[in-house]
Write a protein that binds this ligand. Sequence first.
Ligand code: SF4
Length: 265
Amino acid sequence: MQSHPDWTHWITVGRRWQDVRHWWPGDTPWAIAVTAVLTQHTRWERAWQVWQRLVQAGIHTPDRMAAYPESRLAAMLRPVAAARRKARTLRELARQVRDSGGDLCQWVGTSPDRARDRLLRIHGVGPETADAILLYACAIPMVVVDAYTMRILHRHGVLPAASSRIEEVRAQLARSLPRDVAMLRDFHAYMVMIGRTFCHTRHPNCADCPWQAFLPQGQRPVHATQPRTPDHSGATGPVCRISGGRRSGGDSGSGMGIPKRNPCT
Ligand code: SF4
């Protein structure tokens, strides 16, 4: 990493653009952990839809999931990528949590390194998933690095190459970001939202992006030649991952088989 920007400033600008306090929906740490696994290589909306299906079928606790036959669980997960592998991962995670008393966050413990190791020992849980579970489900101050983060940091000259090693980037970010759960949650949420909304792989829309002021000096903002997603700037209500849905204005998940209760709250 070439320099250490003032991440607090990035987050502050993000907060002026969108309120992401309720960005990762889920009533319980277990709901967050399951959706973190389900969304691997899968659109968030689909992962959330499958979680709702599990809730409706009563398979929404570690106890119930551990006892549910793996092949039937895989069939229920089928709309997400790698359903069979994820069924195995979730059952193993559920079994370990159940056997330790049923509380995910008690099972991982409070030591960040030990908690991470514990999750990484579950087949199918990689660094990004483990860090997201610890940060959003158990409020442990972890840095989540994903492809959006790598792309944005590279475009801003923070990383020498988009192909930098994720673990190194994570370690360096951990040294330069505040060890504050709310800040770290927002940092990751903005990386995903700005990545999805503006920082497209081929056509970044820097001209409308809240982070254009952080482009390296002399780098002119780029206008997207093919805008692909709506610009949410100026939005007022909190947003969550589900279709970028806002809490205000009612049902954010309509048309997706998502519950009538607004999950962003
Ligand atoms: S200003 Fe441009 S490069 Fe930076 S995050 Fe926004 S779209 Fe991406």
